[in-house]
Design a protein around this ligand. Structure first.
Ligand code: SF4
Length: 550
């Protein structure tokens, strides 16, 4: 018996008769006999101090038990209303070990949506780079650059400013370094024309070259777009791209970059935790070792990148809090900023009892409102959820004064949570609704907090599980297609739920936590598969339909 199993048995409550009695009535027994027999077994078990074995307690129902673990997890890959083509990496990814690295995962870029702004900007920037490599004689014939947006990118792109992000990438701007004022200027002066230099040729581009195309169709991914370089009607270069969530992009014929094997390969949380426990270390240290081996980086390089992300998160909260109380966010909702007001009240001694939740909410609102303004945010895991992790990072570092190294460790543990959700489910609201954004962000923030407070690997898992579990089924229905309502307040709730999940996980007896993180990720994938397409970032249902703008 492993040490973990041993600990679980010691901590089990022998008086919990519910643990002794199967709830299903076996075939061939009538209900009365079944209840009587269960009561006798239960009483005997309590008197003898016996409990069911670990194997019995944790045995899945027969149908699930029949399937091998890998089949169960892989079989539950999300199948949204727009079925995903089986050759997409986001579909195939669940089979091997997790190979994502922090620099791929935490991305700085303009809000309000990683899949609708950062992804499209990365896509057009990539196309621009490809186009510059064409032979000079081809480039000499070029007359036009054209971007076509499909599916959810077309349905809600206008509210997200997708056309501005796509144009910015086309004129050579990268998400991490673009000045948000450039994007604001595109909004305020939409007729601007920019020359794009390709070899000796200069091609004029404007927002008119970004076309909102079909919202429904047989796309390989709900966030599909094409980019073309044309010579009159002739296509010189064309690429079909997919913005697959969290700012990750793929294209037709995409093969993931070759990476080094991880030092501690894992596909599931239970495997990751087993590495941590058997090596008598933490999830964060296992993740650090993997980052170093997969990306070939030194410890200093990994931490330097994480510090950049931590600093960007702190900066986004600070700039959000510094905005005037009556600031109005861009777009037709005319939503008034509330971060500064909520923070002011939280710091008022009259309301001291509410200070913890009030300030945590204010930090999340601040970062999320910055996202709504289209300013720089950090995908953790997405733009829509960009208030959740910064709220906890800011609270831990700037308010609780937790040691920076512990917050760095927390960022690694949070990344592990995000990687697992990406690997087996989705980070894209167009595939899985808001549970895939705010739900995952909240789970990451719970793992961050538990790690920063030196919790055991089991408590880290339990905290993340709890936060994710209580977001399952949450739909994506942004009003008017703008990442503001319900998104901004939802970030505050995600942050508070993360803290609640940590509070529960660090106070309960960890081994009695009944639901494993892997099981909840499976439920996330299943729910994503079954969710009605109207609730997947299309603005066709929910609040997007019931709220009337006047
Ligand atoms: S409702 Fe949730 S998933 Fe949808 S845009 Fe808003 S934050 Fe993102």
């Amino acid at each position: 018996m492993s040490k973990t199993e041993d600990v679980r048995n010691v901590d089990r409550d022998p008086l919990d008769s519910s643990a002794q009695v199967p709830s299903e009535i076996p075939a061939g027994l009538d209900r009365r006999k079944f209840i009587m027999r269960s009561a006798v077994i239960s009483a005997a078990a309590v008197m003898n101090g016996c409990t069911r074995s670990e194997t019995e307690r944790t045995a899945p129902p027969p149908a699930a038990a029949a399937a091998p673990d890998s089949a169960r997890v892989q079989g539950l890959a999300p199948k949204p209303a727009v079925p995903l083509a089986p050759d997409l990496n986001v579909v195939k990814k669940g089979s091997g070990p997790v190979l994502t690295t922090v620099d791929e995962f935490y991305k700085v870029g303009p809000g309000p949506s990683s899949s609708h702004t950062i992804g499209p900007m990365r896509i057009t920037y990539d196309f621009y780079q490809q186009a510059t490599k064409l032979p000079a004689d081809k480039l000499a014939k070029a007359t036009k650059l054209q971007v076509n947006l499909f599916g959810s990118l077309s349905a809600t792109g206008k509210g997200h400013g997708t056309e501005r992000a796509a144009l910015a990438g086309l004129v050579g701007k990268e998400p991490a370094t673009v000045d948000p004022k450039f994007l604001d200027s595109l909004r305020d002066q939409p007729d601007q024309v920019f020359p794009v230099k390709l070899g000796t040729k200069s091609i004029d581009v404007s927002l008119k070259d970004v076309i909102y195309d079909a919202t429904k169709g047989d796309f390989k991914h709900p966030n599909t777009m094409t980019v073309k370089l044309l010579a009159g009607n002739d296509v010189l270069l064309e690429q079909e791209y997919y913005s697959v969530g969290g700012g990750f992009i793929e294209w037709k014929g995409y093969t993931p970059p070759k990476k080094n094997p991880p030092k501690y390969p894992f596909r599931l949380m239970k495997e990751l935790r087993a590495h941590a426990d058997s090596n008598k270390t933490t999830i964060a240290k296992i993740m650090l070792a993997n980052e170093m081996s997969i990306a070939g980086r030194s410890e200093e390089e990994v931490y330097a990148f994480i510090d950049k992300i931590i600093n960007a998160m702190v900066a986004t909260v600070k700039s959000g809090l510094a905005m005037p109380e009556d600031d109005v966010l861009p777009g037709p909702i005319k939503l008034h900023s509330k971060a500064a007001s909520v923070y002011k009240r939280a710091m008022d001694d009259k309301y001291q009892a509410d200070r913890g939740i009030g300030s945590l909410s204010a930090f999340a609102l601040a970062a999320s409102e910055e996202n709504g303004r289209g300013h720089l945010v950090i995908t953790a895991p997405t733009g829509g959820s960009a208030g959740v992790m910064p709220s906890l990072v800011y609270g831990l570092l700037e308010v609780r004064k937790v040691d920076r190294q512990k917050v760095r460790d927390g960022m690694l543990a949070a990344a592990a949570i995000g990687y697992l959700c990406k690997h087996h489910a989705t980070l894209s609201a167009a595939e899985g609704g808001c549970q895939a954004e705010i739900g995952v962000a909240s789970a990451m923030a719970a793992a961050l907090t538990a790690t920063a407070y030196d919790a055991s690997s089991l408590v880290v898992e339990n905290a993340a599980e709890s936060a994710l579990e209580h977001h399952l089924g949450m739909t994506c229905d942004p009003v008017a297609g703008y990442v503001q309502v319900p998104c901004i307040e939802r970030c505050a709730f995600g942050a508070v739920k993360a803290w609640t999940a940590y509070a529960i996980a660090s106070n309960e007896i960890a081994s009695r936590h009944r639901v494993g993180f892997d099981e909840t990720v499976t439920a996330l994938a299943e729910t994503a598969k079954d969710m009605n397409a109207k609730y997947k970032e299309t603005s066709e249902a929910g609040l997007a339909q019931s709220v009337t703008l006047c």
